[in-house]
Design a protein around this ligand. Structure first.
Ligand code: URA
Length: 299
């Protein structure tokens, strides 16, 4: 089986190299697995990416602006995966997880929420941050990416994922045909990016449980206001916060979860992928699953 053009452009976008007879790379004849660009020992070879069946078409919407994302870069859909019934339809309302504590944040609109985040002093991270990092992307975006916490560059620039992992994230998103800068495009091409924590943990240490808990109402409200059609949770802190589990990513990825009725796909954090190139192939499978799920959820 040969990779389709669409599959190849997605793999390339993620920095994966594919063997093809025409390209004449150094991979073994007949080896169709995606191979990370960097050299890797044979035992570290990633599993072949899941075969794909049908291309994911752009879910067009009447009366909206033309698509600016490159069609060739769109993800191809993998074999259908089960989507929980409640996740298949876009929810009209979302509720915060039942913590038993009513949060005043739950009533805020976008500008008020941004202001509340900017002035937050609920945990010690406010002492060391340069600024808060709220989120970026179209407020009508169908896609939502949730990462961990700002790093040094994000703390400096006030925008999530602007460092090295952000560049990989942008390539992954481009492979899906969505962008943080696509506010003039149809919502299906837009992604909103937010973090679990809005302030940088000093020295990029892991988020602490109490910091996550105090920051959570902001993320919950962002999700409520956005009402995404699909959530891509990247890395263990985002996944743990959203799914209330301590299971590792490896155990959770590969199926469709649900957050308050919104389909949620678990995948590796881009910073992890930069250090673990073989797992890029798995992340590609996750993106395929996300693309197919978004298509079926109407977005
Ligand atoms: N890693 C994240 O999880 N978020 C960012 O904004 C930057 C790096």
């Amino acid at each position: 089986m040969a990779w389709t053009e669409r599959q190849q452009s997605m793999l390339q976008a993620m920095g994966l190299r594919v063997w093809s007879p025409a390209a004449g790379t150094d991979a073994q004849a007949g080896d169709e697995a995606a191979v990370p660009e960097a050299l890797e020992p044979p035992q570290a070879r990633a599993a072949p990416a899941a075969p794909v069946s049908a291309p994911v078409s752009a879910p067009g919407r009447a009366g909206q602006t033309a698509d600016r994302a490159p069609a060739a870069g769109r993800a191809a859909a993998p074999a259908p995966a089960a989507i929980p019934a409640e996740a298949a339809a876009a929810p009209s309302t979302l509720r915060a997880p039942a913590t038993g504590i009513a949060s005043p944040v739950a009533a805020l609109d976008w500008p008020a929420l941004r202001e509340a985040v900017a002035g937050c002093r609920a945990c010690g991270l406010c002492e060391s941050r340069r600024q808060t990092v709220f989120g970026v992307g179209g407020a009508r975006a169908h896609w939502m990416v949730i990462g961990e916490a700002p790093g040094e560059q994000e703390d400096r620039e006030g925008e999530p994922f602007v460092g090295a992992s952000g560049q990989l994230l942008d390539r992954m998103l481009a492979a899906l045909g969505v962008s943080r800068d696509a506010e003039d495009s149809e919502p299906a091409r837009q992604v909103y990016i937010a973090n679990t924590l809005k302030c940088r943990p000093p020295g990029n240490r892991n988020p602490a449980a109490d910091e996550m808990a105090r920051c959570e109402p902001f993320l919950v409200r962002q999700i409520e206001l956005l009402q995404p059609r699909i959530i891509l949770a990247m890395g263990r802190f985002a996944v743990q916060a959203l799914l209330r589990t301590t299971d590792p990513i490896g155990k959770l990825r590969g199926r469709v979860h649900s957050y308050q009725g919104v389909p949620l796909i678990v995948t590796y954090h881009p910073a992890y992928l930069l250090r673990n190139l073989p797992d890029k192939a798995k992340a590609w499978e996750d993106l395929c699953l996300a693309a197919a799920t978004a298509e079926r959820a109407g977005g």
